[in-house]
Design a binder for this molecule. Structure first.
Ligand code: ZN
Length: 72
């Protein structure tokens, strides 16, 4: 019984410690995307096949999600 309680306690503690890190990471990621590229509208949401990272092209119209290369 004691061992079970310890396991639950350990899980709760690690969950508490893991959550702020995760939030910080996602904040950093979105900040980088926002500040790195100077687009009139927004940056292409597609993933570039060559780099595996987000496409660096800008969209040509307001409300578009993809650049001319990734539009289907
Ligand atoms: Zn693109």
């Amino acid at each position: 019984m004691k061992i079970k309680l310890l396991l639950v306690f350990g899980f709760v503690v690690s969950a508490l410690f893991a959550t702020p890190n995760f939030e910080e990471n996602t904040k950093k990621t979105s900040l980088t995307v926002e500040t790195n590229y100077d687009c009139n509208y927004s940056q292409c949401q597609a993933t570039a096949k060559s780099t595996g990272k987000q496409c660096k092209h800008c969209v040509s119209k307001d409300g578009d999600l993809y650049c001319w290369q990734h539009k289907k």
